[in-house]
Every structure is written in structure tokens, then in C-alpha cells.
Write a protein that binds this ligand. Structure first.
Ligand SMILES: Cc1cc2nc3c(=O)[nH]c(=O)nc-3n(C[C@H](O)[C@H](O)[C@H](O)COP(=O)(O)OP(=O)(O)OC[C@H]3O[C@@H](n4cnc5c(N)ncnc54)[C@H](O)[C@@H]3O)c2cc1C
Length: 381
């Protein structure tokens, strides 16, 4: 169905608010679980909108999309080398066994949304301001509403769940710098030596267009999280990039260390499910949120067209992520101690297995085992 043809219809099986990776994945999963279902996606922005992001697409996200029948990446967007640089300068660089991709979000998100439309979803450009009793903006009704409207979710607020704040929220800026000549194609992350109460690093992810997505992020609890400070640290941590004239844009990242109820069911008024950033699913160690947006969207979409959508989705989400969420919440308290970060990166530099485990936990849904933690410990000095 083409975009914008939804007109005044109110009899939907599912209304999805937000056409990012989470919302489009939800629509596709719903239509795969129940072909012919009437699925409406609403977004305040037109198709092809940009999203402030590092544009790093983890292999886990690509696999999750493949499970939904979506091929959203191109061979030339593949970047197989990952380099992690610790606050003490420890450098762990390696070719990953399952490579990631760098795709500007305007392109990546449109590809997934177009797949949802091809599967039968309809799209309407509309800013959602109210969700009550299974009706969106007093106009669009469905037994299930999925809130996929990102880090400042209106749907989340409508069910009484406050937004993340303090240490549970990171802030970041990003822009596109020209890729310096001769620079190896690698996903580079450089942790800051300044402690900031959580996530705090610069990244440089090269796109297939001769530009590199450069950015810097830190906890919003840090005393120095002003825009000027973010820009200064970006310049200092990535000196080889020419940032003159590069437009830097900021955005927030709601981290998994504080999450809302993912589903609320009301007798007679149906269910509201939260996915992706609206559900605070960003990994606090890496800032990865696209894989978890797609995974949670897919689980919510499938649950939405079955029996007991709320409990089914909440169970599926816990089954996939509960262990990682518990662990990252506990470890987040110590993650910005330089000795901890340096130990982890030293272990990754010396021990290929630890490098791979780090990527599994940082980019996917894995948690460290006791054996992993013991192995890290051996590299403390
Ligand atoms: C600077 C930065 C760098 C990042 N880098 C990475 C990275 O490299 N890799 C990675 O995996 N993750 C990264 N993330 C996290 C990633 O961007 C998010 O986790 C991801 O976009 C979440 O997808 P989503 O579909 O939940 O939400 P979004 O992508 O934010 O989509 C939400 C959609 O909802 C729409 N919307 C919002 N409000 C309304 C409304 N009221 N009515 C209608 N529509 C509405 C928006 O227009 C948008 O299209 C980064 C985040 C930031 C801020």
C-alpha cells in the first residue's frame, strides 16, 4: 500500500507510532505473523527523514532484519575492522568474524520502512500528541498501539512512564567529516580518559560516501555535559579529522539501566507496547540501540496480532534481554573507572576470545559469563 493512503480509516489491527527501525520492524513482524492484518505506521516526519546516530549497524541487527526478510545493507557499506582504544591508550584492533555496516540513517531507515510498506503496512505523516483508550490523536483506533517514537516518546508519557534522566540518559553529538586520505576502513571507538559517570567516548565510523560519521557522547549526569564540552572533547579525541564547517547535531540516548514497563494492558482499551528507544533499550556500554530496536519491534509486532499481546511481548523481551539488562545495570556503576576500561580493552587486545565476547555483549543480547569475568581479571595489570 502506498504512503499516505490511510485517509480517515479508524479500524486498524495495529497502530505503530514511529517509523524508525523499531516501528518498521514491528509492522513487518505483525504482517508476517498475520498476513492481511491492517497495520498503520504514523510518523511526524516524512519518509526518508534523518536520525542523529553513529550509523553503525551491528551484524546482529543485520541478522535480525534478515529473519524478517529485509536486506537493508549493501556490500560497499561493510566495515570489518573494529578498533577499540582505551582511556590509557591501550589499542585493540581486529577484523571481526561477523562484520558490521555503516549506513546513514536516512537511507537505512527508509529501506526498512519501504519493506514494511511492501509487506502491506500503510504510512501516514502525523505528529502524535495523544494516546488514550486505544485511540491515537482521537482519530486512529486499534486494539494494540506500539510506541516506537524514540527517546522522547509521547506514547511512553501517555501510559504514565517518565523519561530517563541523569545517569540513565546519555547525550551525544555527531556530524559527517571528510574521510582523511589513506585512513583504514575501520569502526573506531576511543574512550575518554575523563571520568563522566558512565558512557563517555568518541567514535569514527566511515560511510560508503567518502565521509566519516564522527561523534562524542557522555552521561547526562556528568557535570560537564554542555554542548561546548562535547565539541571540545570530539576535537581532542579525533584530531586527525577536519571538523571545520562540519555541522554537529545532538540527541539523547535512553540507556537500559532504567527502563519503563514495556507493556500496559487495560481491560476494554487494549494494550500499549513500547519498543526501541521508547523502551530505553540502548546498551549503556556502547550506545548500540538499532539491534535492540529491531529485535524489540519484531517481538512486539508478532505479539500484537496474537493472544494476550502485553504479557506475550513482556515475556519475550525478558527472555531475550533480562540477563544482559541485569548485568549491564550492575556493571554500569564501575564502567567509567579507567582501571576497569583499560583492563577490558587490554584483555580484548591480548585475547581474541575476549574481543569477540566484548562485541557480543556490546552489540547483541549476550551477557558476560563468570568465566569471561575471570578471564578479564587476568589482564588487570
Ligand atoms: C548520537 C547517537 C549515536 C548513536 N549511534 C548508534 C550506532 O552507531 N549504532 C546503534 O546501533 N545505535 C546508535 N544510537 C542509538 C540509535 O540511534 C537508536 O537506538 C535508534 O535510532 C532507536 O530506534 P527507534 O526506532 O527506537 O527510534 P528512532 O530511530 O528515534 O525513531 C523514532 C521515530 O519516531 C518518530 N516520532 C517521534 N516522536 C513522534 C511523535 N510524537 N509522533 C509521530 N512520530 C514521532 C520520529 O520521527 C522517528 O522517525 C545512537 C544514538 C545517538 C543519539
Amino acid at each position: 500500500m502506498t504512503a499516505g493512503s490511510a485517509g480517515g480509516r479508524t479500524d486498524w489491527d495495529l497502530v505503530v507510532v514511529g517509523a524508525g527501525p523499531a516501528g518498521s520492524a514491528a509492522a513487518i513482524a505483525a504482517l508476517r505473523a498475520k498476513p492481511g492484518a491492517r497495520v498503520l505506521i504514523l510518523d511526524r516526519a516524512p519518509i526518508g527523514r534523518d536520525k542523529v546516530c553513529g550509523d553503525g549497524i551491528a551484524p546482529h541487527a543485520v541478522a535480525e532484519l534478515a529473519d524478517l526478510g529485509v536486506d537493508a545493507v549493501r556490500p560497499e557499506e561493510n566495515v570489518a575492522l573494529v578498533r577499540l582504544v582505551g582511556p590509557g591508550g591501550t589499542d585493540a584492533g581486529a577484523l571481526t568474524s561477523s562484520p558490521g555496516y555503516v549506513v546513514p540513517r536516512a537511507e537505512f531507515d527508509e529501506r526498512i520502512l519501504r519493506a514494511a510498506l511492501a509487506a502491506g503496512a500503510e504510512f501516514e505523516q502525523e505528529r502524535v500528541t495523544a494516546v488514550a483508550g486505544g485511540t491515537v490523536n482521537g482519530r486512529w483506533s486499534a486494539p494494540v498501539v506500539i510506541g516506537a517514537d524514540g527517546s522522547n516518546s509521547v506514547v511512553r508519557r501517555a501510559i504514565g512512564e517518565p523519561a530517563n534522566r541523569g545517569r540513565a540518559l546519555a547525550v551525544a553529538i555527531r556530524g559527517y567529516a571528510p574521510t582523511p586520505a589513506g585512513r583504514p576502513a575501520e569502526l573506531s571507538i576511543r574512550w575518554d580518559s575523563q571520568r563522566a559517570g558512565g558512557l563517555c567516548y568518541a567514535w569514527a565510523f566511515p560511510t560508503a560516501h567518502g565521509t566519516t560519521n564522527v561523534g562524542y557522547g557522555m552521561s547526562s549526569a556528568a557535570p560537564l555535559h554542555s554542548r561546548a564540552h562535547l565539541e571540545q572533547r570530539l576535537h581532542e579525541l579525533l584530531p586527525e579529522y577536519d571538523l571545520a564547517g562540519v555541522a554537529l547535531t545532538g540527541h539523547t540516548l535512553p540507556l537500559t539501566v532504567s527502563r519503563p514497563r514495556p507493556a500496559v494492558s487495560t481491560a476494554g482499551a487494549g494494550a500499549v507496547l513500547l519498543v526501541g528507544d521508547a523502551a530505553s533499550l540502548i546498551n549503556p556500554f556502547t550506545g548500540e540501540g538499532i539491534y535492540s530496536a529491531i529485535a524489540s519491534g519484531a517481538m512486539a509486532g508478532a505479539a500484537a496480532v496474537g493472544d494476550a499481546p502485553g504479557p506475550t511481548y513482556a515475556r519475550a523481551l525478558a527472555y531475550r534481554f533480562a540477563r544482559q539488562h541485569r548485568q549491564t545495570t550492575a556493571l554500569y556503576r564501575i564502567i567509567d573507572f579507567p582501571v576497569v576500561l583499560n583492563t577490558v580493552i587490554r584483555a580484548a587486545a591480548r585475547d581474541r576470545r575476549m574481543f569477540d565476547r566484548l562485541l557480543e555483549v556490546g552489540l547483541g543480547d549476550a551477557a558476560f559469563t563468570v568465566a569471561d569475568l575471570a578471564r578479564f581479571g587476568r589482564h588487570a595489570f
